[in-house]
Design a protein around this ligand. Structure first.
Ligand code: AMP
Length: 270
């Protein structure tokens, strides 16, 4: 496994690989990340994983500072999986080149997480754009857990890059809680509570799917969860998968949630 820190070095190693798989991460690796990497290894000749906690996508300095970082643990996990390349750039390296034009996202950036984390998706799209310009992978692997992120990246990328995005299923723990680096910041008790919330939301989604009239109860359900589990919910919304428009009739939809527990913000969709 080659650990690479500079763009120059990276280009030297990967420029001749024509079936390269890329898995962008912010570290704090868990089985959700590892599932993406395994998919890449199956599909691609070589796999490159990036570990970079991107400051521009954090709308809150404290959140950035407290984000779980454990590079030695991460490298051990990647080594066991026989990952070919790990790219760990410094901010000065990856943001050295100034943009001529600011990243603009037109579509669906002010809903869901975009509404509650100002500038977050501009930061996400900016860093992915930078990575793709340097790495030029054939495939990029993203998780369904961050569905809005996938949606906005896909929209940005399809106009500009040849890369094909492979969306990978959300990996959950035995209590149905979606794995997340932020789970490392939760108490045991909150992990259990968050698992219960996940199960309830999955059941509620299925109820709406069976009979659309239950969508009318969504705000009532939001209040019920807030009170029962002592959480703060940013949003609980049903939206169509295709274009993230508000759910109206029964077609392909997902239930999206973001909430705070133990002052930690979790997101998921069902
Ligand atoms: P992050 O390190 O949180 O930026 O996530 C890096 C990638 O892993 C993103 O494409 C996420 O959607 C994906 N990911 C995070 N959690 C999970 C999970 N539980 N299952 C599958 N993919 C995930």
């Amino acid at each position: 496994m080659k650990i690479i820190k500079t763009i120059k070095e990276l280009k030297r190693y990967i420029s001749d690989i024509n079936r390269l798989g890329f898995v962008p991460t912010m570290g704090g690796l868990h089985k959700g990340h590892l599932a993406l990497i395994k998919k890449s290894k199956e599909k691609c000749k070589k796999t490159l994983v990036s570990i970079y906690v991107n400051p521009t996508q954090f709308n809150n300095k404290k959140d950035f500072k407290n984000y779980p970082r454990n590079i030695n643990n991460d490298l051990n996990k990647l080594n066991k999986l026989n990952v070919n390349y790990v790219f760990i750039p410094k901010t000065s390296e990856i943001y050295k080149k100034k943009r001529k034009q600011k990243i603009v996202i037109n579509n669906k950036k002010n809903i869901l997480c975009g509404k509650y984390r100002k500038g977050h998706f501009e930061g996400v799209v900016d860093i992915i754009d930078r990575f793709l310009n340097i790495i030029k992978p054939k495939y990029m692997f993203l998780g369904e857990k961050d569905f809005q992120q996938y949606f906005l990246i896909q929209n940005h990328v399809k106009k500009k890059f040849k890369v094909k995005i492979i969306l990978c299923k959300t990996i959950r723990d035995k209590n149905f809680l979606a794995l997340s680096s932020r789970n490392f910041l939760l108490s045991k008790k909150s992990i259990i509570t968050a698992g219960k919330i996940s199960k309830k939301l999955k059941l509620f989604k299925n109820k709406i799917k069976k009979n659309n009239k239950h969508i009318k109860k969504i705000n009532e359900y939001k209040k019920y969860l807030t009170k029962k589990f002592n959480i703060n919910i940013d949003y609980l919304e049903a939206r169509n998968i295709k274009d993230l428009s508000k759910f109206k009739i029964n077609n392909d939809f997902k239930l999206f949630v973001a909430y705070y527990i133990d002052k930690i913000r979790l997101i998921d969709n069902y």
